[in-house]
Design a protein around this ligand. Structure first.
Ligand code: DC
Length: 232
């Protein structure tokens, strides 16, 4: 199926399978995949390593703002997918740790951090043929995206998915910690002042609790066919 040059925005709560679906769509339609959460996670890791966040989430905003200019945060595309880098260093694994997950929401609630990330996302978006996932892509970053999806799934399913993902990577997570982290992030992400997580009025909602990935991709394909009158 030939898809026109469009932007596909996928938003939703943590661990609803946004990035898995986005990567499959990118492969299926030869689109560029952009993981906006990875950029927020990269900023969080950077702040942690510079000692700018205390264990109880107090952020040294002034120093973080000043040091963002020196932060070279970018993606590199490999045969295994996109990898997040800080300078020369691949930080893909570190940014997925529970330590980063536990502090990323307060960091991403800061308006100057959001501006830093949005600027990068807009640069990528100029290319079109992009699928981007996050919390505010369809509402704030690319309100003009041609296709907007809002993913949901039952909380216990989301926690189990994140648990399985971490075990696969060789970590030994505790399910209760993951559930607590998801609840905390849901709350902060949807209640922050700057660009809170919310569904765009023109987004299609997909509850994938009981769907296979094949079903999800087929559903998106149908949506694109319907919207652009593609017959095949
Ligand atoms: O998708 P993720 O779990 O990797 O995202 C990590 C955090 O980044 C999430 O808790 C909230 C924040 N985020 C955001 O505020 N806006 C986005 N567009 C993407 C992520």
């Amino acid at each position: 199926m030939t898809v026109p040059d469009i932007i596909i925005a996928i938003d939703g709560y943590s661990s609803t399978g946004k990035s898995t679906l986005a990567k499959l769509i990118a492969t299926e339609f030869s689109f560029l995949y952009l993981d906006s959460g990875a950029l927020y996670r990269g900023v969080t890791l950077y702040a942690q390593e510079k000692g700018l966040i205390s264990p109880d989430n107090v952020i040294d905003e002034e120093r973080l703002r000043a040091s963002l200019d020196a932060l070279d945060l970018h993606f590199e595309y490999t045969p295994f997918g996109s990898q997040t880098y800080i300078g020369e260093r691949c930080v893909e694994r570190e940014i997925r740790s529970l330590q980063v997950s536990s502090q990323v929401s307060p960091v991403s609630a800061l308006a100057f951090v959001r501006n830093f990330v949005d600027e990068k996302l807009h640069e990528f978006g100029r290319a079109k043929r992009v699928v981007m996932d996050g919390r505010d892509i369809g509402t704030t970053v690319f309100p003009q995206a041609e296709i907007k999806l809002f993913l949901t799934a039952r909380p216990e399913i989301r926690a189990q998915r994140r648990y399985d993902e971490m075990v696969m990577k060789g970590d030994s997570p505790v399910l209760e910690d993951i559930i607590r982290n998801l609840e905390e992030r849901d709350y902060i992400d949807s209640h922050r002042e700057a660009s809170p997580l919310s569904r765009a009025a023109d987004a299609f909602v997909l509850d994938n609790s009981n769907m296979t990935l094949e079903n999800e991709v087929a559903w998106v394909r149908g949506l694109i066919q319907g919207k652009f009158g593609i017959l095949e």
